[in-house]
Design a protein around this ligand. Structure first.
Ligand SMILES: C[S@@+](CC[C@H](N)C(=O)[O-])C[C@H]1O[C@@H](n2cnc3c(N)ncnc32)[C@H](O)[C@@H]1O
Length: 241
């Protein structure tokens, strides 16, 4: 996906760190409820570091992502945080954290095996008694096709606007596509890009089964405010002591 490679330098004009303040406050509260003394947090697929820019007020955050370009963008707003390159399906840092967090990046797990591998990575990095929080953009039950748009003006003369079109899966399939039409203005020059992202529909039961198979217990799905979280679903769970 060009968005996380060639276009990564535009990411904070596509989705700005300020846009994440409310949802990050929800995640901090869910984590505090589940583990009041939590201090260390590992994020899988931290992207532009937008959530982390808020979560770091509550936790000592370690950020990981597949894309070096996205880690570089995250460092511009989170220079004090540890950043490590790695695929959430195979990452092994050799240490554990009070909390492992995976947000919308988990949407890029498009097969049950990929999802199981990412959840196994989370389990391997959660200390005994620690918690993991997964917040996919939705499940098969909450999925909605449709369009969205947005974008921001930067302080450096660059601006970006996008149209995001979520297409329904073909009949009998679980993979669906999200098409982005992205207009990027740099001074007087305007360029356009069409980026296609592929995701998969997992049911709530698929999620719970995958978490249990990995070894997590006490799985809960706390209510999220649809005004803030739209179709997102949260799964919070514990690694046994
Ligand atoms: C929408 S961005 C995440 C934005 C993030 N929630 C934030 O707060 O800025 C999705 C990220 O998932 C990352 N990603 C996709 N597949 C991945 C994988 N297998 N392992 C780790 N990161 C992955 C991409 O590189 C991208 O940075």
């Amino acid at each position: 996906m060009r968005m996380y490679r060639e276009l990564a330098a535009w990411f904070h004009l596509l989705t700005h760190p300020d846009d994440y303040a409310e949802e990050a406050a929800t995640y901090a509260a869910i984590i505090r409820d589940a583990l009041p003394g939590a201090t260390t947090l590992l994020e899988l697929g931290s992207g532009g570091g937008n959530n982390a820019s808020h979560l770091k007020r509550h936790f000592t955050c370690t950020l990981t992502d597949l894309s070096e370009e996205m880690l570089a963008i995250s460092r511009t707003i989170n220079p004090e945080l540890e950043h490590r390159q790695g695929d959430m399906r195979s990452l092994r840092l050799g240490r554990t954290f009070d909390v492992v967090f995976a947000h919308d990046a988990i949407e890029y797990m498009t097969t049950p095996d990929d999802l199981a591998a990412a959840v196994a990575t989370a389990f391997a990095h959660t200390r005994p008694g620690g918690v993991a929080l997964f917040v996919p953009d939705g499940t098969a039950e909450t999925f909605r096709s449709g369009t969205d748009d947005g974008g921001h003006d930067g302080p450096d003369g660059r601006s970006l606007r996008y149209l995001e079109w979520t297409l329904p899966p073909k009949p009998g399939e679980t993979i669906y596509e999200v098409h982005f039409a992205i207009l990027m203005k740099n001074g007087d020059a305007v360029t356009v890009d069409h980026d296609i992202h592929r995701h998969a529909l997992f049911t709530k039961a698929d999620w719970i089964d995958t978490l249990q198979t990995a070894g997590f217990e006490a799985i809960e799905t706390p209510e999220l405010d649809p005004e803030v979280h739209e179709e997102q679903v949260a799964f919070v769970c514990r690694r046994p002591d």
